[in-house]
Design a protein around this ligand. Structure first.
Ligand SMILES: Cc1cc2nc3c(=O)[nH]c(=O)nc-3n(C[C@H](O)[C@H](O)[C@H](O)COP(=O)(O)O)c2cc1C
Length: 195
């Protein structure tokens, strides 16, 4: 089946500061699949998410925050990838998402109208599943449309080769399907509804 992406802009956000971050590897694989479908992609990884703890209305002086906000404005759709840290997403990622408060007054606030694919990597399935649920709650609070598929990676049985490629065909298929659901989401669905 061919997917119509209409050259959508897809932004990837996530990963950790670990040298071989599995959440970043999974994100890269998903974005590469989105590109194969004709999407334009851009990625903001953990090193670019290192910013001061968010304080309401005080993002002007932070270059990393401005880069994130501009990238979200650019994006039609988003893929977010987090590690499971003590039953939740990483503090690094949550802090970055808190900065989206700076988009609250824009014509397309927060993640309004964007499909958002979620990936979670954790050292066990249970944490992956619970973190996926809470990450989706945050996406909904930010007015994003969490895709039907969410991808959980159990990093204790690494599905990645030394060069970072995905060696588990099941994970490859899931990340490709996630890319389809994100990149194929209609851009025309973007609406700004005052509530
Ligand atoms: C601070 C911290 C907390 C963690 N908490 C959990 C957890 O509650 N459950 C779990 O299964 N794995 C937990 N892990 C393991 C990570 O989720 C796992 O190593 C994941 O692959 C890390 O992502 P990365 O490879 O992108 O760095 C934790 C790791 C760290 C560093």
């Amino acid at each position: 089946m061919s997917i119509e992406t209409n050259g959508a802009n897809v932004l990837g956000i996530g990963g950790t500061l670990s040298p071989r971050s599995t959440s970043e590897l999974a994100l890269r694989h998903c974005l590469a699949a989105a590109e194969e479908l004709g999407a334009r992609t851009r990625m903001i990884t953990a090193a670019q998410l290192e910013m001061p703890m968010y304080q309401w209305g005080v993002a002007d002086g932070c270059a990393a925050a401005q880069e994130l906000l501009d990238a979200v404005r650019w994006a039609d759709h988003v893929v977010i990838s987090s590690p499971g840290y003590h039953g939740g997403m990483s503090g690094l990622l949550k802090n970055a998402l808190d900065y989206l408060q700076e988009l609250a007054e824009e014509s397309s606030p927060y993640l309004d109208g964007k499909a958002v694919g979620c990936i979670v990597t954790a050292a066990g399935w249970q944490a992956g599943a619970t973190v996926l649920g809470s990450l989706r709650d945050t996406i909904h609070a930010l007015r994003g449309w969490a895709t039907p598929l969410g991808v959980v990676v159990n990093s204790s049985v690494s599905p990645f080769a030394p060069d970072g490629s995905v060696i588990d065909p099941g994970l490859d298929a899931k990340l490709r399907l996630l890319a389809e659901q994100v990149a194929g989401f209609p851009v025309a669905a973007r609406r700004s509804i005052a509530v």
